[in-house]
Design a binder for this molecule. Sequence first.
Ligand code: CP
Ligand code: NVA
Length: 302
Amino acid sequence: MRHLLTGFELSQDEYLDILETAAAMKKEPAKFNTVLAGRSGAIMFEKPSLRTRTTFEIAFYRLGGHGVYLDLQNGELGKRETIADYSRNLCRWVDCLVGRVFSQRTLEELAQYGSVPVVNALSDLYHPAQAMADYMTIKEHIGAIKGVKVAYVGDGNNVTNSLFVAGAILGANVTCFSPENCSPDAAVFIKANEIAKKNGCKISVENDISKLKDFDVIYTDTWVSMGDNTPLDTVRKKYMPYQINNNLVEQSGAKIVMHCLPAHRGYEITDEVMDGPKSVVFDEAENRLHINMAVLAKLINA
Ligand code: CP
Ligand code: NVA
């Protein structure tokens, strides 16, 4: 049985297979409408979502299966009953667990005590399906993933970690530009870096924004992630040099601008860039659907 908990568990061939399947599903969705006939999944969210929730539900529907949404925003997993018992119950009814959780540990426990694939729909540490949709979008717009130069600019977070993991496995060069003490997770970086070295690509972390030059892609995300109640305005000064505005896009040389969304316009990205000619943010959002279809089909039918 296969899970998608971190993104590290899949090989380069498996990533490429998911990306190719997603592209085929995007082109001719009707061809795949019985792939998950009679199968179902529980879609559990401890945090808000627009894109991830909608695309996982629609992904089940488009594949002929059914996704049951379980709203956990008013009651974290493990409060009403143990996570182990929760998982043991669900696995008697459904073929997959999709979870957006505060702690990566919760997903690990669901997988440990359950008997069906568990898919990470965002945790404190990773957002693996997002990264797959991101590299699918890069392939569509730049024409390649191997050797592409991606600059992630802003807060080093779950999205950054997953861009490193998937980038290292797929052979992309990824640099995170962030303020001091806002770097992505060191343990994830070290592990991804080992893979990058084997695959002949480079991942790195940089504080100095003046080094943002000669990139193909520039990418950002919120300066304050869900679960952190710090008001955005209190961190504005620290992150402002990393705001993606027209000047920074020009300096970077990037051909496309990406954002996982939701965007905080006027903070990590300006209106002029988000609505400008290089922005591919809504293609990226659309690709969440096709990738989720490919991920569910691969894991549930493994
Ligand atoms: N990018 C993303 O995961 O968006 P949601 O939080 O709306 O699901
Ligand atoms: N880093 C953000 C991503 C939202 C999709 C968060 O965790 O809130």
